[in-house]
Design a protein around this ligand. Structure first.
Ligand code: NAD
Ligand code: UDX
Length: 480
């Protein structure tokens, strides 16, 4: 589907999990548009430019092929922010918006310092008319702030003779709905693209870009505030389903029901639908918790305290589920894991990504370390340095961990395979649903473990019959 677009040059500020893959797909689908992704983080930009496509900073199935097709043609990664903004007809703001850690709203509100800084950079460096698109997930009414910053620069840069117009801006909201691990498929075949704005010409210019590959009826147009709020609402609803199914999983375990059977039974109701009903160790990722906490904060700000409490409970249930799993591991291992070796299989917050932000594995591993466990952690895509940062504790080599075990202090080391992690372990914990964990040779793994040994399958992905046939005891989330 080819479609003309008045936009010839795009700049995206933020080369992260959203900016990188999203711009790669736009460049792939719109060969006549030059797309430059800029970031302050030189190391990240260098990794995006690495000739070895297996070393891109974001792991996503299919991303390497898309980048390989476009990079150097009409897709560029650079630390030169100012010239890229100056040359752009349209700028995406795709910077991080994490939860504030201090000051007003700490622990709930989004930290908007990066969005403000990038809006100021656009105000300072843009030339002529620029469409400014919020791609980051933002509190409802943030566009007002962005607009105020840009308005202050409006008209600047016009020569005295009035021959060329000065700066002007149109602000749009275009939240991203991709999920990590399936980002390329989600971007190439989105359920919908959402564009919020007040300027019809700018809205159509952005819609024309997506119209290169997205059907017209899937490009939704709303006002700015509805667009901003729809993103928070979508994440809140999705997370709520996970807390709901996890609450029922605990109830299944107590009553002898099986959550997979319950999920299948309710998922066939077309009003409920089958997706997002997988019980697990709780949701992780950089979005759900942050966006719900932001919703909670905003509801409180508007005096809607019952609404705030309702959404807060989704996050609380999630934290409870993560601690519950750590506690039940301890209980089943005769009430103590001090000095015991435990194999942790999977550390990323979900399969097919190297992202560990808010991964359930972090909280579960920390709880087990606190109990004095010796963890051997294996994840196919997460490096040891990242695990060390997340656990706030350095890796200990095998001999040192022996000494640590005797002292009762918890320690961890990285393993390069599930088998290495399982050697001499009392239990294996599956915390991420990597495909390879569904295919494990449990006979071989069990042979290296200390008996009686357990498998704690927090993702319900292991072949239960094979686990039991190997003589291992099995706990599976939601199975009574
Ligand atoms: P990220 O942390 O991976 O990337 C953000 C990047 O922006 C960083 O590399 C940072 O260095 C850069 N940056 C910050 N300020 C800058 C500035 N002034 N100039 C240049 N670069 C700057 O974050 P992400 O996961 O890509 O998320 C970005 C936004 O998209 C967030 O608002 C997030 O909520 C939203 N979102 C994320 C996902 C997801 O799955 N990760 C999905 C949908 C929406
Ligand atoms: C989410 C939203 O899905 C996406 O639309 C938004 O743009 C960003 O936030 P993401 O966090 O990347 O995407 O992944 P998602 O697939 O939603 O999974 C989030 C967490 O929920 C993961 O930890 C995952 O394992 C967990 N999950 C998901 C479950 O436990 N059960 C499920 O049924 C689905």
């Amino acid at each position: 589907m080819s479609h003309p677009s008045p936009v010839r040059t795009i700049c995206c500020i933020g080369a992260g999990y959203v900016g990188g893959p999203t711009m790669a797909v736009i460049a792939d689908r719109c060969p006549e548009i030059q797309v430059t992704v800029v970031d302050l983080n030189a190391e990240r930009i260098a990794a995006w430019n690495d000739p070895d496509l297996s070393r891109l900073p974001v792991y996503e199935p299919g991303l390497d092929a898309v980048v390989g097709r476009c990079r150097g043609r009409n897709l560029h990664f650079s630390t030169a922010v100012e010239p890229a903004i100056a040359a752009a007809d349209l700028v995406f703001l795709s910077v991080n918006t994490p939860t504030k850690t201090k000051g007003v709203g700490a622990g709930q509100a989004s930290d908007l310092r990066w969005i403000e800084a990038s809006a100021r950079q656009v105000a300072a460096c843009s030339q002529g008319h620029t469409i400014v698109v919020e791609k980051s997930t933002l509190p409802v009414r943030t566009a007002e702030t962005v607009q105020a910053i840009l308005t202050a620069a409006q008209g600047e840069g016009a020569p005295g003779d009035g021959s060329t117009p000065g700066k002007s801006f149109s602000v749009l909201s275009n939240p991203e709905f991709l999920a990590e691990g399936t980002a390329i498929a989600d971007l190439e075949n989105p359920d919908r693209v959402l564009i919020g704005g007040e300027d019809p010409v700018a809205i159509e210019a952005l819609a024309d870009i997506y119209a290169h590959w997205v059907a017209p009826e899937q490009i939704l147009r709303t006002n700015l505030w509805s667009s901003e709020l729809s993103k928070l609402t979508a994440n809140a609803f999705l997370a709520q389903r996970i807390s709901s199914i996890n609450s029922i999983a605990a109830f299944c375990e107590a009553t002898g029901a099986d959550v997979q059977e319950v999920a299948r039974a309710i998922g066939t109701d077309s009003r409920i639908g089958p997706k997002f009903l997988k019980a697990g160790p709780g949701f992780g990722g950089s979005c759900f918790q942050k966006d719900i906490l932001n919703l909670v904060y905003l509801c409180g700000h508007y005096g809607l305290h019952e609404v705030a409490a309702y959404w807060q409970s989704v996050v609380d249930l999630n934290s409870w589920q993560q601690h519950r799993i750590a506690r039940l591991v301890v209980r089943r291992l005769f009430g103590t894991v001090t000095g015991k070796r435990l194999a942790v299989l999977g550390f990323a917050f979900k399969a097919d990504t190297n992202d560990t932000r808010e991964a359930p594995a972090i909280r579960i591993c920390r709880d087990l370390l606190e109990e004095g466990a010796q963890l051997a952690i294996y994840d196919p895509k997460v490096c040891a340095a990242q695990i060390a940062r997340d656990l706030g504790q350095a890796e200990l080599p095998a001999e040192a961990s022996e000494r640590q075990a005797l002292s009762g202090e918890g320690s961890w080391r990285a393993a390069s395979s599930a088998f290495e992690a399982g050697a001499a372990a009392d239990a294996a914990l599956i915390l991420t649903e990597w495909g390879e964990f569904a295919q494990l040779d449990w006979q071989a793994l069990a042979a290296g473990m200390r008996q009686p040994a357990w498998v704690f399958d927090a993702r319900a992905v292991a072949d239960a019959a094979a686990v039991r046939a190997a003589g291992l005891q099995l706990w599976r989330v939601g199975e009574g």
